[in-house]
Design a protein around this ligand. Structure first.
Ligand code: HMG
Ligand code: MG
Length: 299
């Protein structure tokens, strides 16, 4: 496994969207700048969704405009429909992410429509993005379980992933939104999805609710996946995924990868500084084990 892995840092979006205390646009911008300094080159910085649904992601246009000045760094934003697309494009987005669910219950709660309706909404978004030269990433949520529907069949994940891939997403990120997966299940799922979409075009987006995320990622790396979504400090969650905790922590992922001889290009000291910065804004310590260990050693 001595090759490269791309980390998609989702802390400024997934990490902050579920925080109760408001985080200013300036604090979000400072967090993203710190992440760039740490060497992260793919960063999800916001979403163009209803501010009534996700108040923390209001002003994502301001955030994107402010940070989008680093050559070689790709800034992603979430877009649920054409209205969001218009706003993202106006703010200069070069990469957007559309997000569907493998389960009907979460689709309804999260974006207020069925899975099929969500795909219909994405068709014109993806078409317009292609015309405008904007890249589109896809997400499939609840790939290893749904907070509303319970068990999710791999065949449902395969179907939605294939739809997004066929529509033109360059990569599809598979989200264990509520962090219930285990390595054997993650492995079986990836094998099933790879029957329709190349493993090299899949990403793993695992929340760590049950403490399995690193183990699941390791299983996925063994299967050949080379893109990992993670959040600095282990921030994260979704208001429509009750009980779910944060994303796997970027520090923990970097520590594991470097330990496997896989270079990430991330400077751990700078990354922990970014995490500590946002932790101070949120007034709570990071849940990342590696960040905690390094902070304790520094003291
Ligand atoms: P809706 O109510 O069905 O939409 O919401 P609507 O078209 O009926 O519009 C209702 C209101 O929303 C209107 O405003 C629209 O203008 C406005 P009003 O007239 O009431 O004042 N609206 C918008 N405003 C801003 N930007 C837009 C937009 N669209 C409509 N793009 C909608 C549908 C999708 C908008 C809503 O349900 C929503 O915003 N949901 C939030 C979804 C979200 O951001 N969830 C968290 C991210 S997903 C996630 O975390 C999972 C992931 O991490 C992977 C994983 O872990 O699995 C990606
Ligand atoms: Mg997520």
């Amino acid at each position: 496994m001595g090759d490269q892995v791309r980390i998609v840092e989702v802390g400024p979006r997934d990490g902050l969207q579920n925080e109760k205390a408001p985080v200013s646009a300036d604090a979000r911008i400072a967090f993203i700048e710190d992440l760039v300094k740490a060497g992260l080159h793919t960063i999800e910085v916001g979403s163009f969704v209803s501010p009534k649904a996700i108040p923390q992601m209001a002003n994502s246009d301001q955030v994107l405009r402010a940070v989008d000045r680093h050559p070689g760094v790709e800034f992603h934003v979430l877009v649920p429909n054409e209205k969001g697309y218009e706003a993202a494009k106006a703010a200069g987005a070069k990469v957007i992410a559309v997000f569907a669910s493998a389960s009907e219950g979460f689709s309804k709660a999260n974006i207020n429509c069925s899975v099929a309706e969500s795909i219909e909404r994405f068709v014109p978004v993806i078409e317009r993005a292609r015309t405008d030269g904007i890249k589109v990433r896809g997400y499939v949520s609840c790939v290893l379980g749904c907070p509303y529907d319970g068990e999710v069949k791999p065949s449902a994940v395969v179907a939605v992933t294939k739809k997004l891939w066929d529509l033109g997403c360059y990569e599809v990120s598979l989200g264990d939104t509520i962090g219930v997966g285990t390595p054997a299940k993650a492995r079986a799922l990836l094998r099933a999805v790879a029957g329709e979409v190349p493993m090299t075009n899949l990403a793993m987006h695992f929340h760590d609710t049950y403490g399995q995320a690193l183990a699941n990622l390791y299983a996925g790396l063994e299967e050949g996946v080379r893109v990992i979504d993670s959040a600095a400090g282990g921030l994260g969650g979704c208001p429509y995924a009750p009980g779910a905790t944060g994303n796997v922590a970027t520090e923990d992922v970097v520590y594991m990868l470097e330990g496997m001889g896989i270079a990430t290009g991330v400077d751990m000291t700078q990354l922990v500084a970014a995490t500590n910065g946002i932790a101070a804004v949120l007034s709570k310590p990071p849940v990342s084990r590696v960040a905690s260990a390094l902070n304790a050693r520094r003291k």
